[in-house]
Write a protein that binds this ligand. Sequence first.
Ligand code: KIV
Length: 268
Amino acid sequence: MTNQTIEKALSIIDILAMKGRGEKISCLTAYDAGFASIIDRVGIDIMLVGDSLGMVVQGHTTTVPVTIDNMLYHTTCVTRARKRAFVISDLPFNTYSNPKAALKNAARLMQEAGAHMVKLEGARPDCVRSLIQEGIPVCGHLGLQPQSIYQLGSYRVQGKEPLSAQKIRDDALLLQDAGIGLLILECVPVSLAREISRELTIPVIGIGAGIDCDGQVLVLYDMLDIGIGKRPRFSKNFMIGHESVESAIASYHHAVKKAEFPSLEHSF
Ligand code: KIV
């Protein structure tokens, strides 16, 4: 026996309860065991094995080349190191073009790599329903959807006009009705993210979506300032003023919990 307190591993029920009591949810991407063990130790609630790994780890210019095998490898590395955080893994491009494909690939992320939930981009209630039916928790992803970059043309704020804002609102409700347990909203105006976060009963995690979301996520390499390209405007270099990766990540965690991040400077 040691004096160390062993914290209970978080489940989706714990994450949902955080929204219920108004506690902000901290989330950060993770791709390997080393960083994952620091993120977990700091107390971040959710680790997202994002397909952003295609850009920050593999050096691609988009997330499109990421394969299911890449996701299985990185998710396994993260879940091996995890003790407390809830782990979400991305279904990469073209792995959920129909419910059958979604089921096959999501089941691999859960069974072979140990993910607790899978994330898919866009309004795909058909895929969500079939995953939920098999007991696979799903996280939605609306607003900027990086897997559709070749349709979008550039990584820009979504939902600025009334029609596109209404579509994001409608899709959020559609996905919630289909059974998603969490929603990530990327690069949308603060006011739209606020409305959606208030309207949905499930937690909404923002990235470039303002302070009023139920939680925040950032790409690890951006907030540690070790990314290859330019850091997005909505991210922040948390290494400034910190001598270690662990204290930078702890400072992000506390800033999210105390609703001190993001400021207007990091919002649209
Ligand atoms: O892949 C990723 O890291 C993500 C976040 C940007 C939300 O989806």
